[in-house]
Ligand binder design. Structure first.
Ligand code: BGC
Length: 743
């Protein structure tokens, strides 16, 4: 083996052996110290710091030191608020820094393709623009504290089932427009220090050894200049991974991978430049981390971070339904609080992201603290099946009947959803629905509070309860935030980041979610989430973007400015109700006469008013980047903005559009080369080829017409590829000459 030293890593005087050694971890959470290059500590992530100081694991089994548990991504996304997410990121970075963590393993930004996905709680949304903007804010926040982020799981890791082998078989358009779009946005705008490649294969090739993904797309197209780290245990063949673009294998494997790379180098199976690239990336990461460590100092204030977690959780709560204005509760009303989650809240997911919280708000205590009247409590059900269900139900019904309002906490228990497996269904446990049925019979003024990581079928709850508060998973201060919302201390402004379907069988990937034989076909293409329900004109239980307020808003006349950077939409919003409130404004676009397949509308931007007093108006301005209007053109492998009339829909949800404007957007220069496989119609649309063809036709005997048969012969002929025209008497040599001219 040569001991030559090249590239950036050479500055540190590294031998080839050193460089290879830098490419794998020392143990579970740290990299190796090599020469003057410092050992780095990486840790989960994403909604709190999981810093293990004793036994280590990547499944959330062993203890970690206490850290603030902010709302997991499922909750955080419901804020639709990048500024808030950036504040959370900064607080996380600050905590990580104070625990000597150099890289926090997040954010998780995979698209929620199917509500059964076991890790839905760790991801933001079914929409790539919402995911991209929130994920970028998280990265910017964390990195502002001198701690690196790790954008994960790259890529198309949309289910947990068979996650280490399964191939996500995705066509180019959905891959680019849906599954890679948020990664691309965050890499280019927030510059994460690291990207974590996923366990799964993409179109047959493991992410960890996918040259196209890690080098062509990530580095060459998007300009990524950080470290590509493997998901924990994702590497199958380290030498192939390094050659494809992997820089750091985690965790360490006792030197086996290093030996394999050294052997591959000796055998001429891997270029030394690949080893140099990987080492240089790790050296550069160490330099960033060393600069970041200089930001250490003041310990984070645990109480302040808990208060931030409560503020954030309040922003993330979605008021799904509020028939008869049951909410907010009136001071002095007597309340029956029901359900185990009121006493033992479910506020985060299970697996590698599991945080040991610094404190936990108990919803029942927080409700008692804000209530001005009596509050009784009944457990109602248990999540582990213990206890006499009939007895628990009877107690709950009794409490509900004796109070003026029942507040019923329902949801999924920790064992019902987690990293590592997917759910089989989207049902609330049957005993909880039975409980709700009986409670509502005794007490029609019932508020349901939901805790869950993945989407639930809510039809039965809608049929029963006049008010539904969706807290998703809301972090350690979620209990306080729920109390704030139900008493109106916080006027809810959260919005769904995922559609709630009527039934599982309606969902886009219903038939091929797990696929077969370790292959998952993404058959729904670009029609993921609301794009699917809208394209098929299907009813849903609650649409993407939905969320109510205790006040009401009217939308003024929007203005849309089109320029080379994209669209700029401005609209005045007025609070027409009686409480102060904040409105999230969503911008969707569509192209009526598009030449490509498009969903009826796609989210392209969003913004929010500040807190508006009753009667007050505020202007919301949203900039949409021109690149976000582009679709992936499969014939030429490039992003193209199609020219034409774009409808800009401005709404309070994807199905509550309040104003629309048509604008003309100039298209990109785009030309599909004419080949022998182009149809006559395509060739005639190209002026130069049309002229040449005209001459050829003039030389042919008689061009048939089908008038006598009632056939539009020209339309039929237009679909014939040029190379098939020889059958109609077109001389082959003349056609060949035509293509020669084209090239
Ligand atoms: C998860 C990652 C996590 C890593 C380290 C893996 O099982 O997929 O998200 O960062 O473990 O705990």
């Amino acid at each position: 083996m040569s001991n030559s030293a090249t590239g950036q890593a050479d500055g540190a005087g590294l031998t080839t052996e050193d460089k290879i050694a830098l490419g794998s971890g020392a143990d579970f959470w740290t990299t190796k110290a090599v020469g003057t290059i410092a050992s780095l500590t990486l840790t989960d992530g994403p909604h709190g710091v999981r810093r293990q100081q004793g036994a280590t694991d990547h499944l959330g089994l062993s203890k970690s030191v206490p850290a603030t548990c902010f709302p997991p991504a499922v909750g955080l996304a419901q804020s639709w608020d990048p500024e808030l997410v950036q504040r959370v990121g900064k607080a996380l970075g600050f905590e990580a820094r104070s625990l000597d963590v150099d890289v926090l393993l997040g954010p998780g930004i995979n698209i929620k393709r199917d509500p059964r996905g076991g890790r839905s709680f760790e991801y933001y949304s079914e929409d790539p623009i919402l995911t991209g903007q929130l994920g970028a804010a998280w990265v910017i926040g964390v990195q502002s504290a001198g701690v690196g982020a790790s954008l994960k799981h790259f890529a198309a890791n949309n289910s947990e089932h068979d996650r280490m082998r399964s191939s996500s078989d995705v066509d180019p358009r959905p891959l680019r427009e849906i599954y890679l779009r948020a990664f691309s946005h965050i890499v280019r705008t927030a510059r994460p220090w690291t990207v974590m490649c996923s366990y799964n294969r993409i179109n047959g090739v493991h992410a960890a050894q996918n040259q196209w993904l890690l080098t062509r797309v990530l580095r060459e197209e998007w300009g990524f200049d950080g470290v590509v780290v493997s998901d924990w245990g994702a590497v199958v063949d380290r030498a192939a991974s390094v050659a494809a673009g992997l820089d750091l294998q985690m965790p360490g494997d006792g030197g086996r991978g290093d030996a394999a790379v050294a052997h591959a180098l000796e055998a001429g199976e891997i270029a030394e430049s690949a080893i140099d690239r990987a080492a240089a990336a790790v050296v550069d990461l160490a330099a960033k981390a060393t600069r970041g460590r200089a930001q250490s100092g003041v310990k984070p204030d645990v109480t302040e971070h808990h208060a931030l977690a409560r503020e954030v959780a309040g922003r993330c709560v979605v008021l799904l339904r509020n028939s008869g204005d049951v909410l907010p509760l009136t001071p002095g009303q007597s309340l029956a609080v029901i359900g185990e989650f009121a006493e033992s809240p479910r506020f985060q997911g299970g697996g590698s992201s599991h945080v040991n919280p610094t404190a936990v708000d108990i919803p029942l205590d927080e409700i008692r603290a804000l209530a001005a009247g009596p509050v009784s409590y009944a457990r109602g059900f248990t999540t582990d099946g213990s206890g006499d269900a009939a007895q628990l139900r009877a107690e709950a019904v009794h409490a509900a009947a004796a109070a003026q309002v029942a507040v019923v906490f329902l949801g999924l228990g920790a064992s019902q959803e987690s990293e590592g497996f997917d759910r089989e269904d989207i049902e609330l446990p049957a005993d909880q629905l039975e409980l709700l049925t009986e409670v509502v019979r005794a007490q029609p003024h019932t508020v349901v509070v939901l805790a869950h990581g993945g989407v639930l079928r809510l039809g039965p709850v809608v049929d029963l309860a006049p008010a539904i508060v969706d807290a998703a998973l809301s972090g350690q201060a979620g209990g306080g935030a729920i109390a704030d919302v139900i008493f109106g201390v916080v006027n809810p402004s959260g919005r769904l980041a995922e559609t709630v379907p009527i039934r599982l069988a309606d969902t886009p990937a219903y038939l091929d979610f797990h696929g077969e034989n370790s292959h998952v076909r993404y058959g729904e293409g670009i029609h993921v989430g609301y794009r699917w329900y809208d394209a098929r004109d299907m009813d849903v239980c609650f649409p993407f973007g939905h969320g109510l307020s205790y006040t009401s808003f009217t939308y003024g006349d929007p203005t849309v400015v089109v320029d080379e950077s994209g669209l700029r939409i401005s609209i005045d919003i007025t609070n027409t109700g009686r409480r102060p409130g904040r409105e999230v404004v969503q911008i969707y676009t569509s192209v009526a006469d598009s030449t490509i397949v498009r969903p009826p509308r796609e989210l392209k931007g969003f913004g929010a008013t500040s807190e508006l007093a009753p009667g007050q108006s505020g202007r919301v301005t949203v900039a949409i980047l021109r690149e976000d209007l582009a679709y992936w053109e499969t014939r030429t492998d490039q992003w193209i903005v199609e020219g034409g009339t774009y409808r800009v829909d401005i709404g309070s949800s994807s199905r509550d559009i309040r104003a629309s404007v048509d604008v003309t957007v100039p298209g990109d220069d785009f030309h599909v080369p004419i080949t022998a496989e182009s149809t006559l119609g395509e060739a005639l649309a190209d002026p130069k080829t049309a002229a040449a063809l005209g001459e050829l036709f003039a030389g042919m005997s008689e061009v048939p017409t089908g008038d006598a048969f009632g056939v539009d012969m020209m339309r039929m002929i237009a679909s014939i590829p040029l190379n098939r025209l020889t059958g109609f008497g077109m001389p082959a040599e003349a056609l060949d000459a035509l293509f020669d001219e084209q090239t």
